[in-house]
Design a protein around this ligand. Structure first.
Ligand SMILES: [Zn+2]
Length: 195
């Protein structure tokens, strides 16, 4: 059975207990976070490989750790930073079970040597930005070149010299032909247009 090791458990005192099982050893690491400093101590005990997930229980301000291996059941007592084999007097059933979760690694433990980093490949030159496609949401439409926005019958444009905002559609008062506000005379009938 392959267990996802190591395991971690947090005691009510704020201490963390890490449990690992390399080879035939049960490694119990107790870590406590003091004011700005971290204390950590590990105890390695020969138990054989675990056959199931170890259990941790709150016990008298410390904790009990129980590991089941092919060799039997091992119970350890954690008190402060000390780890010792629990005496027969320890009643596992009376202890308060704690949640044990698998973690990636025991902090501060000897890590396998890192594989050397592959040399960085230079970044590919950035592709020029493609013009933004007009964004359309229901009856609302936006595009960026020129900045324009259309909502229903309303249209707003910015940043374009050819924006026809000044050329709002007007009509000759005389003949009704389409003219622009820039026209001084109607192109159709020559009527003088007043502004
Ligand atoms: Zn006219």
């Amino acid at each position: 059975m392959v267990l996802p090791m190591p395991y971690q458990c947090t005691l009510s005192s704020g201490q963390h207990i890490y449990l690992d099982n390399p080879g035939n050893q049960t490694v119990i690491t107790v870590a406590s976070h003091g004011a700005g400093q971290q204390q950590q101590s590990s105890s390695s005990l020969s138990t054989g490989p675990w056959t199931t997930v170890p259990q941790v229980a709150q016990f008298r301000g410390g904790a009990l750790v129980r590991c089941v291996t092919a060799q039997g059941i091992f119970t350890f007592q954690v008190q402060g930073m000390q780890v010792s084999a629990a005496t027969d007097a320890v009643n596992w059933q009376a202890a308060q079970p704690l949640t044990v979760q698998s973690v990636d690694a025991v902090p501060g433990s000897t890590m396998a040597p890192m594989t050397p980093m592959a040399p960085m490949t230079p970044m590919a030159p950035m592709e020029p930005m493609a013009p933004m496609k007009p964004l359309q949401m229901g009856h609302m439409q936006m595009s960026t070149n020129p900045m324009a926005m259309r909502m229903g019958d309303m249209e707003m444009r910015m940043g374009s010299a050819s924006a026809p905002a000044a050329q709002a559609r007007q009509f000759c008062t005389q003949c009704g032909a389409a003219v622009t506000s820039e026209d001084r005379f109607c192109g159709h009938c020559g009527h003088k247009l007043n502004d």
